[in-house]
Design a protein around this ligand. Structure first.
Ligand code: ZN
Ligand code: ZN
Ligand code: ZN
Length: 138
């Protein structure tokens, strides 16, 4: 199943409508090799589809909540999740030179369990990012 098909399934399951802007952003992220900002995404959306950066941010918010995509802080961009809804920590190795972000799964991460009890946070999530040089750039 492609990233777009899988995402549509997750959106429907969570009672979100499949709108034009949502489809446009999914299509751009499916093709993206490096993390993209909302502005990058706007540039990649075909011109006949009316969309603006505010709409794109709203779409990205929904996708991030559903774990369809991740925000990569090192690159201030968004990438599709390669491990949809799989348990574990979704982590990234990021190349400082070409900007590619390779997702990998850390199955046993106990960072959450180290949170002090007095910090009573719910629904915690986190992304780990490692940066360096990829095979091609090294
Ligand atoms: Zn992921
Ligand atoms: Zn590289
Ligand atoms: Zn973790």
């Amino acid at each position: 199943m492609t990233f777009v098909d899988q995402s549509i399934k997750i959106l429907k399951k969570n009672k979100y409508k499949i709108t034009g802007p949502r489809m446009a952003v999914l299509n751009v992220l499916e093709e993206a090799k490096i993390p993209l900002s909302a502005y990058d995404i706007e540039e990649h959306v075909p011109e006949h589809i009316p969309i603006n950066v505010v709409t794109i941010y709203r779409v990205l918010d929904v996708f991030e909540t559903l774990n369809i995509i991740h925000k990569v802080h090192t690159k201030e961009g968004y990438v599709r999740c390669d491990f949809e809804l799989q348990k574990g920590c979704h982590s990234f190795a990021i190349c400082n030179k070409c900007g590619r972000a390779d997702e990998f799964l850390q199955e046993k991460c106990d960072l959450k369990s180290t949170l002090p009890k007095k910090l009573a946070y719910k629904s915690l999530s986190h992304i780990s990012e490692l940066s360096g040089l990829c095979e091609q750039c090294a």
